[in-house]
Design a protein around this ligand. Structure first.
Ligand code: TRP
Ligand code: ZN
Length: 849
């Protein structure tokens, strides 16, 4: 391990910056091997700082010259930055550095992707561009000049002078360095226009590489919808003359909210009916919205330090979820978000990587862009909104924007706004930000004389560094259904604040069936002893769509666990509940599709652990397949009817209604292929004119074991489209038989189009391997070995993506001694690697701890 490892940063050590920056001027003379960056930075002492030590971050920079107030200086240079004597008064610091973007495979700082220059500065990438106080509480206005012979040169803010070989940009809004961006290349724009509610004309552009210009229209529409929505719902207007979005093929994450110049992974922008699925369209719309919404929640109001990351991310995820719910189906969005939360965040919260929504220490901040910070962070805001109500939430947000515009804030600032608006004391609620782990809430019922008493107990298991947990405020939305299925008590919010607490409903004519945690009103694991008859009753009658689905999900989980643990046969009552659901024409087809999809293998493994058992990934896979076969058999006629009834005619449109029908038809197709060997799927494949239909047919064929010809045809058709080929790589690994998974990975990494340097392609292969639970955890240990081999290779090029993907191993303690031994061995192999990055070292150490 290298010396860069090991320095832990603590929230409690925060100190204000010694010097503040008023203005920054940057000039870039772009060249692949030797880009020159000149900076002129106006500093002044921070009256609030205790120290006068002048330190600028800087990594992998070659310093050419530096001066203070025009006088040359020779600063001390370390691995981490620059130290220099400076006046105790305002001064101008100037420097020139040289960097090599073409050698930057980490995709952090200034790098190149297919001949195009681009930047990624969040969280601490700006220090790889020039010497600067690279911390979010230092905010300044930026003026940027870009010099190159490329036709398009972009930076933040509004355009200034430009001419042959140069372009200037000025961003009037003070911002931290992590929001800096620069792009230069041979790009084409898809233009658009927006007039804000106060009449500001905004020029919009989506910039792409030649050849992709036909895939921009949907992103542009999504942007305009987002701008409109943020004005209507949050009263937030855009604040520059121009808003640019750029698509980049090599990108570590989804997208980045740089002020006025959002940079996107091309997978999160480019869309066409032929190449993108319904899921892709929905994701693109959501990510465009997410990045746009950051303009207020993140940029105008930013974070004081990186421990406050959830201040912008939790809130912005919450806002983009509200947007998607408004644009599409609210219940479907909620259900799919909860599936995702359980699959990723609960998994994280219940293992060695568990951390609070606001972490208290880190080694590498890039490792904390997690499901906990983002998705649980958004859940915490959802709880706050439920607790204070919609009207007070709106008031508090207005106060937040008013009070903190232009500031770098903390969670304390955020909560204070709610306290000042509502008069509530949020000190207990604040535990949601500091305590890691998913609370278990168990509930018992007592019925007597028309009174139903619900008694709740909450308990959060220990997490790393947090052996003891205090009771939290848990909002529990409850409704009651009468024996005939009518709602006898509409949704009401119970506030659980103690370790154990009872709530009584009175005046009931007959014993009702409670519907608890409606809308998934808190991110907890609800433990409720109930019968499958009652679950089937709720699936049939609950008026809350989330709990209606949840009842079906609990039923499916129970059926699978009984098959697994007791060798039970597929449950007739479950199959007949599905029959009832499929027959109900009043339901949204997307909802029916969700009811027909079983809990994931990973979900079942965790359920096994919760029941005190050691999960066997192969047995879980078998049993789940068995139940799917049984569903296909029992529901065959109905599935055929649903398939026929949900065909969408006319040209493809990526709207929620069409997507819902395709979701149900394709779920039916998937099951029917277990009956007909793939005949119907082949027929669909042959006529498909959009990727949703084509890919679903291909998956069904591969699952039926008859996908060979279609896989070949698909490759021939799409070999020149990177994003589509990512699907082709991922699908084969995702659907490989457990014993065949490693061989499939080996075959695909030998394919000429496999490319270690492109994160999308790497994730297509190794993300799919991690998702294929039975294949990854196969007895042979080949899945673990392959994953470790390739993570070791990738780490030398791209630490950030390597470190993220180490989470494939985070559940290792669940398994038997053999598997644990093999995983540990592979993790040690990664750990011992010479020159291992700080990113990966931190992740492996935490996983092993
Ligand atoms: N702030 C970005 C978002 O959530 C995500 C982000 C953080 C990111 N670090 C990154 C994106 C590094 C790309 C690379 O919208
Ligand atoms: Zn974000």
């Amino acid at each position: 391990m290298k010396d860069m490892t090991g320095t832990t940063i603590y929230l409690e050590d925060y100190t204000p910056p010694a010097y503040l920056v008023d203005e920054v001027h940057l000039t870039f003379a772009l060249a692949p091997e030797a880009t020159r960056v000149k900076s002129r930075i106006a500093f002044r002492p921070n009256p609030e700082a205790a120290s006068r030590e002048f330190f600028l971050h800087g990594e992998d920079l070659t310093l050419i010259s530096a001066s203070i107030d025009g006088v040359a200086v020779s600063p001390e240079i370390t691995e981490a930055g620059l130290i220099c004597d400076v006046p105790d008064a305002p001064f101008i610091f100037e420097a020139e550095v040289e960097i090599a973007p073409v050698k930057n495979t980490a995709l952090e700082g200034l790098y190149m992707s297919n001949g195009m220059y681009c930047t990624q500065c969040e969280a601490e990438g700006f220090r790889k561009i020039t010497y600067y106080p690279d911390r979010p509480d230092v905010m300044a206005t930026f003026t940027v000049r870009v010099e190159s012979d490329l036709p398009v040169m972009l930076s933040n803010g509004n355009p200034g002078a430009s001419g042959p070989g140069f372009a200037e940009w000025h961003d009037p809004w003070p911002k931290p360095a992590y929001l800096f961006a620069l792009v230069a290349g041979e790009l084409l724009n898809h233009p658009g226009q927006f007039t804000t509610k106060s009449g500001r004309e905004v020029e919009l552009n989506v910039w792409v590489r030649p050849g992709d210009e036909g895939k921009c229209a949907f992103a542009m529409e999504s942007l305009i919808k987002s701008m409109t929505w943020d004005e209507e719902v949050y009263g937030r207007e855009y604040d520059l003359d121009i808003f640019n979005i750029v698509a980049v093929d090599d990108f570590n994450m989804g997208a980045m909210e740089n002020k006025g110049l959002n940079i996107f992974n091309s997978s999160a922008v480019l869309a066409s009916p032929e190449t993108s699925t319904d899921g892709n369209f929905e994701r693109i719309e959501a990510i465009i919205a997410h990045e746009y919404f950051h303009n207020w929640t993140g940029n105008r109001i930013t974070c004081r330090d990186w421990f406050q990351l959830c201040l912008k991310e939790g809130l912005t995820v919450f806002r983009d979820a509200q947007f998607t719910a408004d644009m599409r189906s609210e219940p479907v969005k909620r259900i799919t978000d909860v599936i995702d939360l359980r699959g990723r965040q609960f998994r994280e919260d219940n293992g060695p990587l568990a951390h609070p929504v606001r972490p208290e220490s880190f080694v590498e901040i890039n490792n904390f862009y997690t499901a906990t910070v983002y998705e649980k962070g958004a859940e915490v805001i959802g709880m706050l909104k439920r607790l204070v109500g919609d009207a007070d939430y709106a008031k508090a947000l207005d106060l937040y924007f008013d009070r903190h515009d232009g500031q770098a804030c903390t969670i304390e600032d955020w909560l204070k706004v709610f306290e000042d608006t509502t008069g509530r004391d949020l000190s207990q609620f604040k535990l949601w930000y500091s305590q890691a782990g998913t609370p278990r809430v168990s509930v018992s019922e007592a019925w007597e004389d028309g009174r139903l008493t619900l008694t709740f107990r909450q308990m959060t298991p220990p997490t790393p560094g947090q052996p003891q947990k205090d009771p939290r405020v848990i909002p529990i939305a409850v409704g009651l259904l009468g024996p005939n299925g009518d709602e006898v008590q509409e949704t009401t919010l119970l506030e659980l604040t103690q370790a154990e607490q009872s709530f009584t409903f009175t005046g009931l004519a007959a014993r009702p069936v409670p519907s608890i945690l409606r809308g998934f009103s808190a991110p907890v694991i609800l433990e409720r002893k109930t019968t499958n008859a009652e679950r089937a009753f709720l699936l049939a009658h609950d008026t809350d769509p989330f709990n209606k689905w949840e009842a079906g999900r609990a039923l499916a989980r129970d059926v699978l666990l009984r098959m697994l643990n007791d060798g039970a046969a597929p449950d007739r009552a479950f199959l007949s509940a599905l029959t009832t659901t499929l027959a109900d024409d009043s339901l949204d087809p997307a909802f029916v599709a969700l009811v027909l999809s079983l809990p994931s293998e990973d979900d079942l493994a965790q359920a096994q652990v919760d029941a005190g058992r050691v999960p066997d990934p192969q047995a879980i896979h078998k049993v789940r397949e068995h139940l799917l076969d049984a569903m296909a058999e029992a529901l065959e006629d109905q599935l055929r009817a649903a398939y026929a009834a949900n065909q969408v005619t006319g040209p493809y449109r990526p709207d929620a209604e069409g997507a819902a029908k395709r979701a149900l038809a394709n779920t039916a197709l998937m099951l029917l292929s277990r009956r007909d060997g793939g005949a119907l799927a082949q027929a669909q494949y042959d006529v498909a004119d959009n990727m949703t239909q084509q890919l679903a047919a291909l998956s069904a064929l591969v699952t039926a074991g008859s996908g060979e010809a279609a896989l070949k045809a698909f490759e021939d058709q799409w070999r020149d489209d990177r994003l589509v080929m990512d699907k082709w790589f991922a699908l084969q690994i995702g659907h490989a038989e457990p014993g065949d998974t490693a061989a499939t990975v080996e075959r695909l990494v030998a394919h000429p189009d496999f490319n270690l340097k492109n994160p999308n392609r790497f994730r297509a292969v190794f993300g799919a391997l991690a998702m294929n639970q039975a294949g990854f955890h196969h007895d042979s240990g080949d899945g673990y070995r392959l994953m470790a081999d390739w993570l070791i290779q990738l780490d030398a090029l791209n630490p950030q993506t390597t470190a993220r993907m180490c989470s494939a191993f985070q559940t290792w303690r669940r398994y038997d001694a053999d598997r644990q031994g093999m995983i540990q061995e592979n993790l040690h192999r990664i750990m011992m690697r010479d020159g291992l990055s700080r990113d990966t070292a931190e992740m492996v150490a935490r996983i092993l701890e």
